[in-house]
Design a protein around this ligand. Structure first.
Ligand SMILES: NC(=O)c1ccc[n+]([C@@H]2O[C@H](COP(=O)([O-])OP(=O)(O)OC[C@H]3O[C@@H](n4cnc5c(N)ncnc54)[C@H](O)[C@@H]3O)[C@@H](O)[C@H]2O)c1
Length: 251
C-alpha cells in the first residue's frame, strides 16, 4: 500500500481525472475526502470507493473551490473526519468553450481564473497551516494541463490560467520546501473524461490522437498513476515539477 494511512482531499473528485485519482488513492490505502460541487458525482464516487471495501476511509463533501468559505469548510470536514491532511489535490475545472479568444466573455474568463488559479490560492490558505503543524509536512498536487507548456490557438485563456497554475506550483514548492511541504503539478493532454468527450467528434478525436506520439488520449488511470507517485513517499525528493502526462504531445 503506497499511501497507507495518508489522508487526501481530491477536488473535482466526482468525475474524470479526479475520480480516477480518488479511486487510485483509496486502492493504495489512503483515506479520501471527495470534494466536488456536484453532489451526484461526489456521492457516486464516494459510494463506489466504499463498495470496493474502503467504507470507513472515504467521505464526500460538497465544495465550491472558487469560494473561500467553502474551501475552509472542506478542510475542516477533512480534519473532523480523518484527523489530519497529507495530500491536497487541486483538480476541479469546468468545460471551457473552445474558440477565438475574443469570443470569450469577461464572465467566463473570471470563472476560468477563479476555478484554476484562485482555487490554488484558497487551498494554500487553508491547507498549508494544517501541513505546517504536522511533523511530516504534506504535499499538494495541482492538475494543470499540457496547454500550460504548449499552448494552442483556440485555448488562449485556458492555456494562460493553466500556465499560472503551473508557475504557482513551482513558486509554492520553493517557498514551502523548508517546511517539508512538496508541491507538484500534473500536465495532462486531452483526456477521456466528461470535460472533453462530449465536444470531441470522431474525426476530431482521430486528428487529436494522431498528434500524440503514443497515439491515444489520456485516461483517468494515467493521471491517477502520476498523482499517486507524486503523493507517495517514493517522490519524497521531488518538488516543483510540472509532469507531462501527455503521451509525448509536448515534445
Ligand atoms: N479532460 C481533459 O482533456 C483535460 C486535459 C488537460 C487538463 N485537464 C485538467 O484535468 C482536471 C480534471 O478534468 P476532467 O477532465 O477530469 O474534468 P471533469 O469535467 O470530468 O471533472 C471535473 C469535476 O470538477 C467539478 N467541479 C466543477 N466546478 C467545481 C467547483 N467550482 N468546485 C468544486 N468542483 C467543481 C465537476 O463537478 C466535476 O466533477 C482539470 O483541472 C482539467 O483542466 C483535463
Amino acid at each position: 500500500m503506497r499511501l497507507a494511512d495518508k489522508v487526501a482531499i481530491v477536488t473535482g473528485g466526482g468525475s474524470g481525472f479526479g475520480e480516477g485519482i480518488a479511486k487510485r488513492y483509496a486502492e493504495e490505502g489512503a483515506h479520501v475526502l471527495v470534494a466536488d460541487i456536484n453532489p451526484d458525482g461526489g456521492d457516486r464516487v464516494a459510494g463506489e470507493i466504499a463498495a470496493a471495501g474502503a467504507g470507513h476511509r472515504v467521505a464526500f463533501v460538497r465544495t465550491d473551490v472558487t469560494q473561500d468559505a467553502s474551501m475552509a469548510a472542506m478542510v475542516q470536514a477533512c480534519l473532523e473526519r480523518f484527523g489530519r491532511l497529507d495530500i491536497m489535490v487541486n483538480n476541479a475545472d469546468t468545460s471551457q468553450p473552445n474558440g477565438p479568444m475574443l469570443n470569450v466573455s469577461e464572465e467566463v474568463f473570471d470563472h476560468l481564473f477563479a476555478i484554476n488559479v484562485k482555487s490554488i490560492f484558497l487551498s494554500a490558505r487553508h491547507v498549508v497551516p494544517v501541513m505546517r503543524a504536522q511533523e511530516s509536512g504534506g504535499c499538494l498536487v495541482n492538475d494543470t494541463s499540457v496547454a500550460a507548456i504548449r499552448p494552442r490557438a483556440g485555448q488562449t485563456w485556458h492555456s494562460g490560467v493553466k500556465g499560472a497554475a503551473s508557475t504557482m506550483s513551482k513558486a509554492m514548492a520553493a517557498e514551502l520546501a523548508p517546511e517539508r511541504i512538496r508541491v507538484n503539478a500534473i500536465c495532462p493532454v486531452a483526456g477521456e473524461t466528461p470535460l472533453l468527450l462530449p465536444k470531441l467528434m470522431p474525426e476530431r478525436r482521430a486528428a487529436f490522437e494522431a498528434s500524440i506520439p503514443l497515439g491515444r488520449l489520456a485516461r483517468p488511470r494515467d493521471v491517477a498513476n502520476a498523482a499517486l507517485y507524486l503523493a507517495s513517499d517514493e517522490a519524497e525528493f521531488i518538488t516543483g515539477v510540472a509532469l507531462e502526462v501527455d503521451g509525448g504531445r509536448a515534445i
